[in-house]
Design a protein around this ligand. Structure first.
Ligand code: F6P
Length: 352
């Protein structure tokens, strides 16, 4: 067999680990040829297709490397356009045939897996592997990259305690996650935040002020406030800002919280936006392990010709779910989540 792999959407630590696992398992145990499609599924739609052959040596020494050796793109789906969409699919099918491919592994979050589904419906045998630092892809409890982003964010937040205490300040840290608060909640708990604001729980300033004042009355003259980029005040909407290149992203809520807190209680505040540090660099060990197990499972599914599935981590096991059973592609933290309960039980203010 000749199989292909591509990585789509925002990059994250662990992508090279999954490329390595797929290539090694496919070659060592099934004698398959492995081809990497460059810059997401887009590489398959170009004329000529943008690919590179992957040998065992090509994937040697990359398990700990951040980013993706195949490149990626998160510029949206070409399939949404009624004229360009069918052309893109036709091009992909043409290239698929000329390259003699038998199956494609698509590593990506919800957006990329939706693109993959279009190709699957057009007749390509596809297996998906979930990755996203946001951990918001619904079929799986864990996606590649999430644990590393939590580690990076928690380490950064931990470092802010001493400077916050020295200057009697409130440090407001904005973390990524889009409309889900998984990074904020997990990193906030791990780094002993006093307040964590999540998109899932629209916040009230009264609650944040109360929590900060109570600490000051106990002699704790500083506060650590973790804000998910998608968090927003009750009754308002999430905040966006445009990048230097004109694209619009969630962001700005940490500035707003810092300003309001200063106005309300006169506390000195500083803002730290962690940004893409949460996506860069080497994957933590568990992301390397997860990526390896996901890659191996995807190849096993292909060997059994079990296509149209996405690999999942559910109940502590690697498994798979058919694409057509996925109803809502993205998810957010449930109100009954055990970590929401844990945070509030130890006195972390969630802004309510
Ligand atoms: O989905 C991953 C993510 O890092 C989000 O947490 C963040 O909002 C977004 O991507 C940033 O995207 P870009 O790479 O386009 O700046």
């Amino acid at each position: 067999m000749k199989i292909a792999i591509c990585t789509g959407g925002g990059d994250c630590p662990g992508l090279n680990a999954v490329i390595r696992a797929v290539t090694r398992h496919a070659k060592l145990n099934f004698n398959m040829d492995v081809v990497g499609i460059l810059e997401s599924i887009n590489g398959l739609m170009c004329d000529p297709p943008r690919i590179r052959h992957l040998s065992l040596n090509d994937v040697a020494g990359i398990i700990d490397r951040g980013g993706t050796m195949l490149g990626t793109s998160n510029k949206g789906s070409p399939f949404k356009d009624p004229t360009e969409g069918p052309k893109a699919i036709a091009n992909a099918l043409k290239n698929w045939k000329s390259l003699g491919l038998d199956a494609l592994i698509v590593v990506g979050g919800d957006g990329t897996q939706r693109m993959a589904l279009n190709l699957h419906h057009a007749g390509m045998p596809i297996v998906g592997i979930p990755k996203t630092i946001d951990n918001d892809y619904s079929p799986t409890d864990l996606s590649i990259g999430f644990l590393t982003s939590v580690e990076v964010a928690a380490n950064a937040i931990s470092r802010l305690h001493s400077t916050a205490e020295s200057h009697s300040r409130a440090m407001v840290i904005e973390v990524m996650g889009r409309d889900a608060g998984y990074i904020a909640l997990h990193a906030g708990i791990a780094a002993a935040a006093n307040v964590i604001l999540l998109p899932e729980i629209p916040f009230n300033y009264d609650a944040i002020v109360k929590a900060t004042e109570e600490r000051r009355m106990r002699g704790r003259n500083f506060s650590i406030i973790v804000v998910a980029e998608g968090a927003y005040e009750n009754g308002k909407a999430p905040m966006f800002r445009s990048s230097a290149t004109g694209t619009v992203h969630l962001g700005g809520i940490a500035d707003e919280v810092a300003r309001t807190l200063h106005t309300r209680i006169g506390m000195d505040t500083r803002v730290t936006v962690l940004g893409h540090t949460q996506r860069g660099g080497s994957p933590v060990m568990m992301d390397r392990i997860l990526a390896t197990a996901f890659g191996v499972h995807a190849v096993d599914l292909i060997a059994k010709k079990q296509y149209g599935h996405v690999v999942t981590w559910k109940g502590g096991r690697v498994s798979q779910m058919p694409y057509n059973e996925i109803v809502e592609g993205t998810r957010a933290i449930a109100p009954t989540d055990q970590f929401i309960h844990a945070a509030e039980s130890i006195g972390i203010c969630l802004g309510r």
